[in-house]
Design a protein around this ligand. Structure first.
Ligand code: GRF
Length: 239
């Protein structure tokens, strides 16, 4: 058997991109051993896809963690190696103008959740973490502990970045009246959907298209693009 990279995936929802990766790996189209699937909520339906494929799963319940910090901010205990000033300076997710309290609560609650993710992820010694519909931003606390020597976190975004960052790329593309939509795979950096672009696919938006047909066209391209970009990464690692 040929050499493979070790990868893990993080999801929040249905996991159709995850399925595309599982299938590509099973069919030998990508040199990837998928060693875990983690979710930010216990309801993520993609967890079943992972379990069916025999992949280890775990959940870090972001909603519960964030709720706890909001309820009792003074009792929140960030990880020992968390340095608030350092992370505040590095991050580009929330502007300082949002206010000190909001920013600190955001960074502390995320660091608690991200530490729980890292505790599950790091023992697997993965080459790559793929975000497959993971609807949480990641702070420099997490990113720096995965990207030790190079970019190792990949995301798929439902728009042609740098246009339409954020959570509703297809919706924003459609409502703007664009005649072309698309998807982007990029590495994750300290901003939201701002990291180096690895690949893009585009489709035309025609007269009769609706938001539903736009999403369908886009997702079908995502399922091709993501495995292709993962394989490009794997080829570079494996040499
Ligand atoms: C995709 O459109 C992806 O681009 C975005 O979230 C959606 C996830 O879909 N980040 P699925 O969970 O992979 O089906």
């Amino acid at each position: 058997m040929g050499r493979k990279i070790r990868a893990g995936a993080l999801i929040s929802g249905g996991g159709t991109n995850l399925q595309a990766i599982i299938d590509a790996a099973a069919q030998g189209r990508i040199d990837v051993d998928l060693v875990f699937v983690g979710a930010d909520n216990p309801e993520a339906r993609g967890l079943e896809r992972a379990a069916r494929a025999g992949v280890e799963t775990f959940v870090v319940d972001y909603k519960a963690i964030i709720g706890q910090v909001k309820k009792a901010p003074d009792k929140a205990s960030p990880p020992d190696d968390f340095n608030l000033d350092e992370i505040r300076k590095k991050q580009h997710l929330i502007p300082e103008s949002a206010g000190r309290q909001k920013l600190e609560q955001f960074l502390i609650s995320r660091a608690i959740a991200e530490r729980a993710l890292l505790d599950r992820i790091l023992p697997h010694r993965v080459d790559l973490v793929v975000l497959a519909g993971f609807m949480r931003t990641l702070t420099p606390y997490f990113i720096d502990r995965i990207n030790i020597d190079q970019h190792r976190i990949m995301n798929i975004h439902p728009a042609l970045l740098p246009a339409f960052p954020g959570t509703d790329g297809y919706g924003d593309t459609f409502r703007y009246g664009c005649r072309v939509g698309g998807c982007t795979v990029h590495f994750v950096d300290y901003g939201e959907d701002t990291g180096p672009i690895l690949g893009q696919r585009a489709f035309t938006i025609d007269e009769g298209d609706t938001l539903e047909t736009v999403k369908k066209k886009g997702l079908e391209l995502e399922w091709e693009l993501y495995p292709d970009c993962i394989q490009d990464f794997a080829s570079k690692i494996l040499g």
